[in-house]
Ligand binder design. Structure first.
Ligand code: R5P
Length: 296
């Protein structure tokens, strides 16, 4: 087996550090400078020939900057003779994995081409938005689930009364079901209507009685928080006692966190695929257990 090293991309230094400890690998740091126009300059002072580099770089906002850094680092590593496995904890553009309207670019397909073009030979991500997106990649790709880690965290840290796990839309229902099974709770799914032109969303549900119950809204991504706020509105009306918003990727753009807190959500919990104030669940462990099964 090639000597393995862990390369810490600038977007995921802390996660890379935890991963290196679990996998007992030395860390290669990446010297990054951001120019005032937003361009990145990358320098890696290490000899990579014959090594397998596990490059960890998430692609949360500033999305294109982090994506470009991933491509630049991978390009350098492969040019220097390394085999590169890219760990992309939050895989940007995964929500556009098909054409919803005529003429739309399948953005994830473009990302897949770019990843291939810099010589990355394997991709490991966490809870890709939809399994359909995996088929756009022409190299091995695997999506590790953070749901067991999230369920474990909630069970250990928050005491819930007659918990009800809620998927805010159909797409989230499989994850909500998995979470509910691991937690030992009931689960339901709301439906979400999205205006494909304006992007506006409306969450709807059948008649619901959530009195004296604590609700856990479970989604893969919280971006503006609009979906979660829609679901929380229904749960408030249904009399829910406490409302938690739990997600894998807490993008929480602009004032999303503030808006969620103001809308009466009691707790917001995400993983560290996107580092931030609510990223309390570490995905290093599930990533490390998958990576340790891989050969060269
Ligand atoms: C889309 O279907 C995703 O699963 C999330 O529900 C969505 O990205 C959340 O976005 P926002 O927080 O802006 O409503």
């Amino acid at each position: 087996m090639n000597q393995r090293v862990l390369v810490a991309g600038p977007a995921s230094t802390s996660l890379a550090d935890s991963l290196s400890k679990l996998l007992k690998l030395s860390v290669i740091t990446v010297d990054t400078k951001i120019f005032s126009d937003g361009e990145s300059k990358i320098r890696i002072d290490s000899k990579m020939e014959g090594k397998t580099a596990i490059l960890v770089q998430s692609t949360y906002p500033p999305t294109d900057q982090h994506l470009m850094q991933l491509l630049m680092i991978a390009h350098h590593l492969t040019q220097d003779g390394a085999k590169v496995y890219a760990v992309i904890p939050y895989l940007a553009y995964a929500r556009q994995d098909k054409q919803f309207l005529d003429g739309e670019v399948v953005s994830l397909g473009v990302v897949s081409h770019l990843i291939r073009s810099v010589g990355i030979s394997r991709v490991i991500t966490v809870d890709i938005h939809s399994a359909e997106g995996l088929s756009l990649f022409s190299m091995p790709i695997y999506s590790v689930s953070a749901i067991p880690a999230l369920a474990h965290y909630i069970k250990q840290n928050l005491r819930l009364e007659r918990p009800l796990v809620v998927a805010p839309d159909f797409g989230a229902s499989k994850r909500a079901e998995a979470f509910a099974t691991l937690y030992g709770a009931e689960h339901i799914a709301f439906s979400k209507l999205r205006d494909r032109v304006t992007g506006e969303v409306r969450v709807e549900s059948k008649a619901l009685d959530a009195r004296n119950r604590d609700a856990v809204i479970l989604d893969d991504i919280i971006s503006t928080g609009g979906t979660i706020r829609g679901a929380a509105g229904i749960l408030h009306e249904a009399g829910a006692r406490k409302i938690l918003a739990v997600c894998v990727h807490g993008l929480l753009v602009e004032d999303a966190l503030e808006l969620l807190r103001r809308s009466g959500i009691d707790e917001i919990v995400s993983t560290n695929t996107v580092p931030g104030p609510v990223s309390r669940v570490d995905v290093a462990e599930p990533l490390a257990s998958y990576i340790s099964t891989l050969g060269d």
